[in-house]
Design a protein around this ligand. Structure first.
Ligand SMILES: [Zn+2]
Length: 420
C-alpha cells in the first residue's frame, strides 16, 4: 500500500451554500421543494450542477437517459471507474437533501481532490441520476436502470399517470430515448459505486452515531389481500351471523404487523385498507389490503409471505369470510460490498466520527448500480428521522462530515478495488 496523500477535506461552506442554492430551484411555500423528474426545475438543477462540475475541471456529459456525468481521468489506464453521486429530482413537496446532498457532496469531493493535487488511479465519475423518485407514477430509478443497461423500450413506451410516455418526458428534458442503449456502461467498467445519502430514518440519531455504514438495501415484496364476506343490514344482522370483511381486515392488519414484531421480517406495513361498500349502516362485504414487507434477506420475506398465507386461512375460517393473498411484484435485497463498507468505516474512524452499521429501508440508485459492480452507501443522521417532507433536516456539521467521509472512503477504495 502506498502512502496516503494528505487531504485538507471538502469546502464545507461551499457545500452548504450550494445546498441552499439548489433548495431554491422548485422551492415550495412551506420550505420544501418540488422538482419532479424531467420538469423545468429538474433540468435547471442539472444545469446548475453541470456548471459546478465543469468549473471543477471535470468533463461533463448528459447521457441519453438524462443522467449528468462528470469525469475526472485517473492515472491507471485499465483501473476502471470509481463512481459516486445520487439524484436531483424530488417527490412533491419534498425535503431539500434527499438525493441532492449526495450529488453536491460528490462535486465537493472532486474539487477537494483537484485542489490537493490528488490523482486517483481510477477514473472518478460524479453522477446525478435522472428520475430516481418515479415522478408521476413512473417506475423510478430510471437513470440508473439505463446506466445498468436495464431500461427497455417497453419502459420508455409506458405512459405515466398523466398519459405521457416516459420517452416523451425524457425527450422534453434533453434526453434521447431513441439512443437509450448508449446510456449503458460497459460491463467491467465500474470498480465501485459509493452513494452518500441522508438516512431518512431515526436510527443514527437514536444511537448517537454520526455516520451510518450501510450493510445493504432491503428487499421488498408487495401483496394484495382480498377479503370477501357478505354485505348486510347493520341493524338487523345479529353479531354471530355476520360475515364482516372489515373485522377480518382488522385481524389481517394485526397479523401483518406481527410478521415484523415476531421477528420474521424487518418491517411489515399494511398501507392500504379499503372496505366496501364503505357506509356506516352496512356490514362491510369486501375489503382490500395492500401489504409491504421488507428485509435484507429475501428468503425471510418469502417465509413471511408463507406465514401470511397461513394466518389468512385461519382468519378466514374464524371470521366466516374468504381471504385470498395475491403476491405482487418484489424487489430483491442488495448487500453492500464488504470492502467498500470497510473503506467507509475506516474513513469515519480516521475522522473521529462515531459510526454504526445499518441497512437502508428505502430504495436507492445504488441498488441498481449493484448490477454493474460493488456498491457502498454512507448515511448521515436525519433530524427526527423525517424525509419526503419539507421538515427533512440534517445538522450542517453532519452534512460536511459525511462529505469528508465520502472523500476519504473513495481514496481508500481507489487503493483497494479493481474491476472484476
Ligand atoms: Zn434519495
Amino acid at each position: 500500500m502506498t502512502a496516503r496523500p494528505t487531504l485538507s477535506g471538502v469546502d464545507g461552506r461551499r457545500l452548504l451554500d450550494r445546498l441552499d442554492e439548489l433548495a431554491a430551484v422548485g422551492a415550495t411555500p412551506g420550505g420544501g421543494v418540488t422538482r419532479l423528474a424531467y420538469s423545468p426545475e429538474d433540468v435547471r438543477a442539472r444545469e446548475l450542477v453541470a456548471g459546478w462540475l465543469a468549473d471543477a475541471g471535470l468533463a461533463v456529459t448528459v447521457d441519453p437517459a438524462g443522467n449528468l456525468v462528470g469525469r475526472l481521468p485517473g492515472t491507471g489506464p485499465a483501473a476502471g471507474t470509481l463512481a459516486t453521486g445520487s439524484h436531483l429530482d424530488s417527490v412533491v413537496d419534498a425535503g431539500r437533501l434527499d438525493g441532492v446532498y449526495g450529488v453536491v457532496a460528490a462535486v465537493a469531493v472532486a474539487e477537494a481532490l483537484r485542489r490537493d493535487g490528488v490523482r486517483l488511479r481510477h477514473d472518478l465519475a460524479v453522477i446525478a441520476f435522472s428520475n430516481e423518485e418515479g415522478a408521476r407514477g413512473t417506475p423510478g430509478m430510471v437513470g440508473s436502470q439505463a446506466i445498468a443497461g436495464r431500461l427497455t423500450s417497453d419502459d420508455l413506451a409506458r405512459p405515466d399517470d398523466e398519459g405521457v410516455p416516459l420517452a416523451d418526458r425524457l425527450a422534453a428534458a434533453g434526453g434521447d430515448p431513441g439512443r437509450i442503449e448508449a446510456a449503458a456502461w460497459p460491463p467491467g467498467e465500474v470498480a465501485g459505486f459509493l452513494e452518500l445519502h441522508v438516512e431518512q430514518g431515526p436510527v443514527l440519531r437514536a444511537e448517537g452515531a454520526r455516520i451510518g455504514v450501510v450493510t445493504g438495501i432491503t428487499g421488498r415484496a408487495n401483496a394484495d389481500i382480498l377479503v370477501r364476506g357478505l354485505a348486510n343490514h347493520a341493524g338487523t344482522t345479529p353479531m354471530v351471523a355476520r360475515q364482516d370483511a372489515a373485522v377480518a381486515a382488522a385481524d389481517l392488519v394485526l397479523a401483518v404487523r406481527r410478521l415484523a414484531t415476531d421477528g420474521h421480517v424487518r418491517v411489515a406495513t399494511t398501507g392500504l385498507v379499503q372496505v366496501s361498500p364503505g357506509v356506516r349502516n352496512v356490514v362491510p362485504g369486501e375489503a382490500l389490503l395492500g401489504v409491504d414487507l421488507r428485509d435484507l434477506d429475501d428468503e425471510r420475506i418469502t417465509h413471511a409471505l408463507d406465514l401470511l398465507d397461513t394466518a389468512a386461512a385461519e382468519i378466514g375460517a374464524t371470521r366466516h369470510v374468504s381471504v385470498e393473498v395475491r403476491r405482487g411484484p418484489s424487489v430483491p435485497a442488495v448487500r453492500t460490498d464488504p470492502r467498500l463498507a470497510g473503506c467507509v468505516a475506516g474513513a469515519a474512524d480516521r475522522l473521529g466520527l462515531t459510526r454504526i452499521e445499518l441497512p437502508s429501508g428505502a430504495g436507492h440508485d445504488a441498488q441498481v448500480m449493484a448490477g454493474l459492480g460493488p456498491i457502498g452507501m454512507i448515511f448521515v443522521p436525519s433530524v427526527d428521522g423525517i424525509s419526503h417532507s419539507p421538515r427533512e433536516r440534517t445538522d450542517p456539521d453532519d452534512l460536511v462530515a459525511g462529505a469528508d467521509v465520502l472523500l476519504h472512503a473513495l481514496l481508500a477504495a481507489d487503493g483497494e478495488l479493481d474491476p472484476e
